[in-house]
Design a protein around this ligand. Structure first.
Ligand code: HEC
Ligand code: HEC
Length: 445
C-alpha cells in the first residue's frame, strides 16, 4: 500500500515536470492557461477518450457522469468535483493530476498528459463553460410509469345529451354518483349505450359478491325486494360495508402482496403463527384505517411512540418471508434471502414497483439506484431477527388477572410482616457472616 502511494507521488511529480517541458516545447499554441478553452474542441475529447467508459451513459462509477452537464457540475457520491473558476479547489483536478493521496483518475490505463491536465485546469479557471448543446439529455427515467405519478382527483366529465335527445343522467337510475358520469362519458366515446337496469335479486347478488365475497341469504334478498324506500340500495351497500366479511374479502388482495402464509415454506414447511397479522389487516379494513396509517404501522409500527401490541403485530408485513430450517443451511444466507424478499415486498406492495434489479446494479429503466436500494435495505437490516410474542384479548385479560393476584399476595405479605425491611437487613448481615466463615475456612486450608 505504502509503496504504491510512493510510486503515484513519483508519477505525479514527473507529470508536473512534463507540464513545463510540454509547454516549453510547443511555442505555436498559447499555453492553455492563457488561451480561451473551448469545451467542445478541447475538453469534451478528453472526457470521451479517458473518462466516459466509466462516467458516461453506460456506467456511472461513483454515481458520476461527465457527458451530462448538470450531473458533472453537481458531483457524484463523493461530492462536488468541479468548482467553476477555481481549479485549485476542484477535486477533479486533484484526481487527474495525481495530487490526491487516495483517488487517481482514470484509476487504470494511461494517465492524462500534462497538457490535458492543463487544459482541464484552464477550462475550470475560465468558469467551466459548457454549452447546453454539448450535454446529453437525460430522459427522465421511468417518470411516465404510473407508479411515479401522484394520484390526482380527475375532473368529472360533462356528458353530452343522449342520441335520442334525453338528458344524459336521466338514463341512469338512482342513486347517482359522479362515477356514473365517467361511465356515461366513456360509453358515449365508444358509441355504446347502457345495458338495461338489472333486477333487484341479481343486483344484490352482484353487490354482495363484490363487497363481501359471499352471496346474499334468502332472507336478505326477500327483505331487499320488499323494501320500497328511496334509499333501499344505499342501505344494502351500507349493510355490506359494515359486515365483518368486508375486511376478510378485501384483505385477501393485500395479504397476497404481503406474501402471507401460515407455514414456513421450504422443505420442513413447519407451521407458523401469523394469523394475528392476518386479523390485523382484516380489522384495519373493517375499521377503515387510513391508507397512510395502514402503511406506516406495517413498516414501522414497532417504532411509533407508545406503540401498542396491535402496531407491533402490523409489522408482521415484514416477517412473512419463507424460512429455511433444513439441516446444513447457512443461516446468514437465508437471513439475507429473507431481507431481499422483504425489500421485494416493500417494492411491490408499497411502491408499486419491482425493485429487485437494483440489488445488483442501478435499475436499467426506473429511476432507482443500487445505492438507494441498499439505503432502504439498511433501515430494515439494523436488528437481529426476533419473534414478537403477542397475546389474544382473553390471554391479556388472564395476564392482567394474574398480575393483580400477585400484587394482592405481595400486599398481604407486606402487611403480615410490616418489619420485613429490618428482617431482610438482619438476614443479609447473617448471610455475610456465614459467607465470612466459609471464606475464612477455605483460606485456612
Ligand atoms: C475505469 C473506470 C474509470 C475511469 C476511466 C475514470 N474513472 Fe473516475 N471514478 C471511477 C471510480 C471507481 C470512482 C470512485 C472512486 C472512489 O470511490 O475511490 C471514480 C470517481 C470519480 C470522481 C469523483 C466523483 C464523485 O463525486 O463521486 C471524479 C470527479 C472522477 N472519477 C473523474 C474522472 C475523470 C475526470 C476521468 C477521466 C479523466 C475518470 N474519472 C475516469 C472510475 C473511473
Ligand atoms: C443477482 C444480480 C442481478 C440482478 C438481480 C439483476 N441483474 Fe442485471 N446484471 C447483473 C450483472 C452481474 C450484469 C453484468 C453482466 C455482464 O457482465 O455483462 C447485469 C447486466 C444487465 C444488463 C446489461 C448490461 C447493460 O448495462 O446494458 C441489463 C439490461 C440488466 N442487467 C437488466 C436487469 C434487470 C431489468 C433486472 C431486474 C429484472 C436485473 N438486471 C437484475 C446482475 C443482476
Amino acid at each position: 500500500m505504502a509503496r504504491q502511494r510512493c510510486s503515484w507521488l513519483w508519477i505525479s511529480s514527473l507529470s508536473v515536470m512534463a507540464v513545463s517541458i510540454g509547454l516549453a516545447a510547443d511555442d505555436q499554441t498559447p499555453k492553455p492557461a492563457t488561451r480561451k478553452i473551448d469545451f467542445v474542441k478541447d475538453v469534451q475529447p478528453i472526457f470521451e477518450a479517458k473518462c466516459l467508459s466509466c462516467h458516461g451513459a453506460k456506467k456511472q462509477e461513483s454515481a458520476y457522469r461527465l457527458d451530462h452537464k448538470p450531473s458533472a457540475l453537481r458531483g457524484g457520491d463523493i461530492g462536488r468535483a468541479i468548482v467553476p473558476g477555481k481549479s485549485g479547489e476542484s477535486p477533479l483536478i486533484r484526481y487527474v493530476a495525481g495530487l490526491d493521496p487516495d483517488i487517481k483518475m482514470p484509476p487504470e490505463g494511461d494517465r492524462l498528459t500534462a497538457e490535458q491536465v492543463a487544459v482541464l485546469r484552464a477550462w475550470i479557471d475560465q468558469g467551466a463553460e459548457w454549452p447546453e448543446s454539448a450535454s446529453v439529455e437525460l430522459k427522465s427515467k421511468g417518470t411516465d410509469h404510473w407508479a411515479f405519478k401522484a394520484p390526482v382527483r380527475p375532473r368529472v366529465p360533462t356528458v353530452r345529451p343522449m342520441a335520442d335527445g334525453r338528458k344524459p343522467m336521466a338514463v341512469i337510475p338512482n342513486p347517482q354518483t359522479p362515477i356514473d358520469q365517467f361511465i356515461l362519458d366513456r360509453l358515449q366515446r365508444e358509441g355504446l349505450t347502457l345495458s338495461p337496469e338489472t333486477d333487484r335479486v341479481t343486483w344484490l347478488r352482484r353487490v354482495s359478491l363484490d363487497l363481501i365475497g359471499l352471496p346474499p341469504t334468502i332472507e336478505e334478498v326477500d327483505a331487499f325486494v320488499a323494501d320500497n324506500s328511496p334509499d333501499a340500495f344505499d342501505k344494502q351497500v351500507e349493510r355490506l360495508l359494515a359486515s365483518p366479511h368486508y375486511g376478510e374479502r378485501w384483505a385477501r388482495h393485500w395479504l397476497d402482496a404481503a406474501r402471507y402464509a401460515d407455514s414456513d415454506g421450504f422443505e420442513k414447511d413447519k407451521s407458523r403463527q401469523m394469523w394475528f397479522y392476518r386479523d390485523w389487516v382484516v380489522n384495519a379494513l373493517n375499521r377503515d384505517l387510513g391508507y397512510d396509517q395502514f402503511l406506516t404501522e406495517q413498516l414501522a409500527g414497532d417504532l411509533l411512540p407508545n406503540t401498542t401490541q396491535d402496531q407491533i403485530v402490523a409489522t408482521g408485513f415484514l416477517r412473512n418471508s419463507m424460512l429455511n430450517e433444513e439441516g446444513g443451511v447457512d443461516p446468514e444466507q437465508f437471513r439475507m434471502d429473507a431481507m431481499f424478499d422483504r425489500m421485494e415486498a416493500v417494492g411491490k406492495a408499497m411502491l408499486g414497483l419491482t425493485i429487485q434489479c437494483a440489488q445488483c446494479h442501478d435499475h436499467k429503466f426506473d429511476p432507482l439506484t443500487q445505492r438507494d436500494y441498499y439505503r432502504l435495505f439498511a433501515f430494515l437490516n439494523n436488528d437481529h431477527e426476533a419473534q414478537s410474542v403477542v397475546y389474544s384479548e382473553a390471554e391479556r385479560m388472564q395476564i392482567a388477572d394474574l398480575r393483580g393476584e400477585i400484587n394482592d399476595i405481595e400486599e398481604e405479605l407486606r402487611k403480615a410482616t410490616p418489619d420485613w425491611q429490618q428482617r431482610l437487613a438482619e438476614w443479609e448481615v447473617s448471610g455475610t457472616a456465614l459467607a465470612g466463615i466459609i471464606h475464612g475456612g477455605s483460606n485456612s486450608r
